[in-house]
Design a binder for this molecule. Structure first.
Ligand code: NAD
Length: 489
């Protein structure tokens, strides 16, 4: 029997006038050098690479590339600052510096937001309302812990680990830098941070703030470059801890490198989250949550709700509403405040997404793409969903890291738990239901570090985040986020 599908009237014919965020107030250093021992300096061999705007493929700045010798300089600076200043400083004083960083991020929030959108392609609404405020919140949160470690670890003495080598990805460049730096500094460690090669600019803006705060030279060093630079940092003998966020593939490689060296390590890796929708859930609210779960930040989100499971009896209605909602999403200039979906971060990432969309179709999936017109220059991908896919499809199993949703149906609670857990990953998940009992039951049985209930992609610095299985080791955020940066005696 065919059920009647009720749809919302979104009136998709509306034309919005452009609402462009101005770039007048931003300043980007040209060239952008390495930040070592409190100074901006060129690399030892004077090599530079270009960072481009993925929305128009134009160069934004030349960025100094760190090689082995530069990594060594940065680690030496961090060691000196650790031994002579930072590990000896009173925790209350350390906290003051971290509070200062947080306040300066707030003061220069617009500049950070615009540079984040220019360099990475994400909509200005997201960098303005999510990335930048959450980054400041992270520094505020951990600044508060600096002189309260005895309460975090009652009855134990928490000692810093030493020099931390930190490597981050391109999807939340400033936020990932904040997640890494704040707990490390609060616990008395010094740092060498390496941002991703496609998004170096907000971390270097952060370096300007760190300089302005008078943080003792060498406490934070920020160096740029690709995989080789990251690898040199991981292999450096005088680094005590590696904190890595990125792909599972590189994470496994790093793990093999550091095991047996005595270095501590944490790995925040990929994901393929199940977003589960029961027939008793408020459907319109859930549709918004599904859209946010997969299309936020173009789907470049480790915890994205990329596998949707809908209870079979409501699937037709939900998919129909979802398609209608997708038709209203505005894809375009990241600096336009109307934009919902910005540019794909790089050509390499766009090619990867297209490859998976191709695989999905070849394996028999039915594709729907919102009929948006994509700009001619730059890297773009329409919001996409697949139906008629099953557990064995590659687009259901593998992380795409783009705006592509795979939809399956289920009938019973046990069935959906089994399907949700049938993945090598275990980072996050979502449950939509009216029943609290179902929420508690499911969130215990799904093996994922974070489960959202009747919402998705909600972050708070006091909440720990991290994965099971191939999604990684260790937690960031919350009291738990202090653990990887201390030795307890
Ligand atoms: P990636 O692994 O390619 O790169 C991440 C970082 O590692 C970059 O800075 C890169 O230059 C560096 N790198 C590359 N090869 C290296 C090597 N051999 N040794 C040391 N460093 C090396 O990942 P990506 O494409 O930049 O980011 C996307 C991935 O990050 C996705 O899988 C996503 O799920 C994951 N991610 C996870 C979290 C989390 O908290 N779990 C958060 C954000 C992103």
């Amino acid at each position: 029997m065919k059920t009647e599908v009720k749809t919302l009237d979104f009136n998709t014919d509306w034309e919005y006038s452009p609402a462009l965020e101005s770039t007048d107030h931003i300043h980007i250093q040209e060239p952008t050098d390495l930040f070592i021992s409190g100074e901006f300096i060129p690399g030892v061999r004077g090599k530079y690479f270009e960072t481009i705007n993925p929305a128009n493929e134009e160069k934004i700045a030349n960025v100094a590339e760190a090689e082995k010798a530069d990594v060594d300089l940065a680690v030496k600076a961090a060691r000196k600052a650790y031994d002579n200043v930072w590990s000896k400083m009173k925790p209350t004083e350390r906290g003051k510096y971290i509070f200062r960083i947080a306040r300066l991020i707030q003061e220069r929030a617009r500049e950070f937001a615009v540079i984040e959108s220019l360099d990475g392609g994400k909509p200005i609404r997201e960098s303005r309302d999510v990335d930048v405020p959450l980054s400041a919140a992270h520094f505020f949160y951990y600044a508060g812990w600096a002189d309260k470690l005895e309460y975090a670890f009652p009855g134990r003495d928490a000692h810093p680990v030493g020099v931390a080598g930190q490597i981050i990805p391109w999807n939340f460049p400033l936020l990932m830098a904040a997640w890494k730096l704040a707990p490390a500094l609060a616990t008395g460690n010094t740092v060498v941070l390496k941002p991703a090669e496609t998004t170096p600019l907000t971390a270097m803006k952060l370096a300007e703030i760190i300089q302005e705060c008078d943080l003792p030279p060498g406490v934070v060093n920020i160096i740029n470059g690709g995989g080789n630079t990251g690898q040199a940092l991981v292999e450096h003998a005088d680094v005590d801890k590696i904190a890595f966020t990125g792909s599972t593939e590189v994470g496994k490689f790093i793990m093999k490198t550091v095991v047996g060296t005595g270095k501590k390590y944490t790995l925040e890796l990929g994901g393929k989250a199940a977003n589960i929708l029961f027939d008793d859930a408020p459907v319109d609210q859930a549709v918004e949550g599904i859209v946010n779960g997969i299309f936020f930040n173009q789907g470049h989100v480790c915890c994205a709700g990329s596998r949707l499971f809908v209870q079979e009896n409501i699937a037709e209605n939900v998919i129909s509403k979802l398609k209608e909602r997708m038709e209203t999403l505005i894809v375009g200039d990241p600096l336009d405040k109307n934009t919902d979906i910005g540019a794909i971060n790089s050509k390499i990432q766009l090619d990867k997404i297209k490859m998976y969309v191709d695989i999905g179709q070849k394996e028999g999936g039915s594709i729907f793409q919102s009929p948006c017109s994509l700009p001619k220059m730059g890297y773009w991908h329409a919001p996409t969903l697949f139906t008629d896919v099953s557990q064995s499809h590659r687009i259901v199993q593998e992380e795409i890291f783009g705006p592509v949703l795979a939809i399956q149906t289920f009938r019973t609670v046990d069935e959906v738990i089994m399907k949700a857990n049938n993945t090598p990953y275990g980072l996050s998940g979502g449950v939509w239901t009216d029943k609290g009992s179902k929420i508690f039951s499911l969130s215990k049985k799904i093996r994922a570090g974070v489960i959202w209930a009747n919402t998705f992609n909600k972050f708070d610095p006091s909440a720990p985040f991290g994965g099971y299985k191939e999604s990684g080791l260790g937690r960031e955020g919350g009291v738990e986020g202090l653990m990887p940066y201390v030795n307890l005696v």
